[in-house]
Design a protein around this ligand. Sequence first.
Ligand SMILES: Cc1cc2nc3c(=O)[nH]c(=O)nc-3n(C[C@H](O)[C@H](O)[C@H](O)COP(=O)(O)OP(=O)(O)OC[C@H]3O[C@@H](n4cnc5c(N)ncnc54)[C@H](O)[C@@H]3O)c2cc1C
Length: 397
Amino acid sequence: MPPNTIKTDVLIIGASAAGLMCAIEAGKRGRKVMVLDHANKPGKKILMSGGGRCNFTNTDISASNYISHNPHFCKSALSRYTQWDFIALVNEYQIPYHERDLGKLFCNDSAKDILNMLLAECKKAKVSIHLDCNIKNIGQKENGAFEVESSLGIFQTASLVIASGGLSIPKMCASPLGYKVAEQFGHHIWPTTAGLVPFTLQPRDKESLAELSGIAVDSCVSNERIQFNENILFTHRGLSGPAILQISSYWQAGEAISINLLPALDLVDFIKKRQAAQPNIKLKTALAEVLPKRLIPAVLGQETADKPLQELSQVRIEAIAKQLQHWQIKPNGTEGYRTAEVTLGGVDCNELSSKTMESGKVAGLYFIGEVVDVTGWLGGYNFQWAWSSGWCAGQVV
Ligand SMILES: Cc1cc2nc3c(=O)[nH]c(=O)nc-3n(C[C@H](O)[C@H](O)[C@H](O)COP(=O)(O)OP(=O)(O)OC[C@H]3O[C@@H](n4cnc5c(N)ncnc54)[C@H](O)[C@@H]3O)c2cc1C
């Protein structure tokens, strides 16, 4: 053994959501745990999450909120360490939080509360965290121990946990290390793409919708496979907002999405009632009761928006309703990993134990969190996966 080799029971690469949770659980069991990270601070993504308030979990969690080539894989971990377990920990630390729409739980004050809680638990469990640590090489000795060469020396461990996350937001220290380690040890990786990411628009749409920047509308956004009822947001770059981020994880290049800008309204009936009551007013004036003013000509065209209601036939009214309630937009692409909240694809679940996250190919090697091919919806689901998968590995490493 080289003289500067540091021996530990458990070595975790990635000091963020999944890695810290695993470290806490393993440390509580009396294991000697070290966590390495190339960033200069732990939990950078926790700090930037949920607009700085960390949407740390959701009251309503099931496997149907996750995307994976093996949709059953996440069930075991999510049921063994649930949102209620994490909420109990948050309560123990008296962190103030609140519930927003669709069961999303956010800190009242700051995402720092969640990170500080995890770091306090790490301290209690005697976990040591080493930052600014560049991983140079990972190998396995004949006796099965892993040897990790790094800028801080050589680490030797019986259990190696990869918690290095996905590719989203390279500026926040994202790297492909986890996928490379998986490949090195013979694992199959499902191709990765950016998820929960804004859409960019075709040049023509970009120009016609540019002036809508800043407008948010409660919508139902769908494709042939799924639909989401949440806000959409027009930006100077394209389309964003929760419903758009959600559908982006289910979008394939070249495909159109359908936007219902008035999901709760019988629009034909609405226009006909206004037509009977005020036949002289313009369509845009009537629609301004239910939609932002600037949006109406942008979707319908100025000529239609300016039509007096009395000039609209039944067929025309139905066509207008279709335009507003089945608005077809073909995105040009997504903003990519630069702004994506998550990475779809990753380490193939079929080669991992759903109970422990251990590799089925190499004993002692574990993959947890976002590096695994389990991607949650927007709404606290990704952190819950990180907590649950980290907790499961932490029981056995
Ligand atoms: C802007 C934004 C907002 C988000 N908001 C939410 C939210 O509110 N709720 C929610 O549920 N999810 C949210 N997410 C998603 C969530 O942050 C991730 O799914 C979650 O952090 C994944 O946890 P992880 O521990 O697997 O990976 P990460 O949190 O990405 O952590 C990986 C760690 O590994 C380290 N690392 C990477 N490569 C190397 C390397 N080569 N050597 C050493 N260390 C390395 C990184 O520095 C990092 O500390 C958000 C994501 C983003 C980008």
